[in-house]
Design a protein. Structure first.
Length: 147
């Protein structure tokens, strides 16, 4: 497995969690929806943190970007996504499925566009720069701890 494949698979896992939450909301299983939403939020924030604290700094150093360029845009989009999580939690606590689905629709548009940029451009660049260290980086990503 490559770095690009690992991170792309992680995107898919987060997307699948959101689909599970949406299913529970549609069925008005609010407690299960809240539980799965917490898992979705934590896994998504872990993914963001793996990139921001581990992959992006390595890339910026090796590519000499100085924190500008594609990683700067990705961080900004992560911040945009982070603002939605409290609103999702609030809509679930209020059992407001209309608001929840409106928020997830907006979030999914942002995330899908974001993921496409990462998968097609940034992960390819990272893979090319670190191909000789692929196994070590994958192992670090698999063991990444997020609090």
């Amino acid at each position: 497995m490559t770095i690009k494949e690992y991170m792309t698979q992680n995107h898919k896992e987060c997307d699948e969690l959101l689909a599970q939450v949406e299913s529970e909301v549609a069925n008005k299983n609010w407690d299960k929806a809240i539980e799965l939403n917490d898992l979705f939020k934590n896994e998504t924030l872990k993914h963001f943190d793996m990139e921001e604290s581990y992959l992006f700094p390595m890339f910026e150093e090796r590519a000499s970007t100085g924190g500008c360029g594609p990683t700067q845009v990705m961080r900004m989009e992560h911040d945009q996504a982070r603002t939605v999580f409290p609103k999702l939690e609030e809509s679930l606590k209020e059992k407001d499925s209309d608001r929840y689905f409106g928020l997830t629709e907006s979030l999914m548009i942002l995330i899908q566009q974001h993921n496409l940029k990462e998968e097609q451009m940034l992960y390819t660049m990272i893979q090319n720069l670190f191909n000789d260290e692929n196994e070590t980086i994958i192992e670090a990503l698999k063991n990444y701890e997020f609090n």
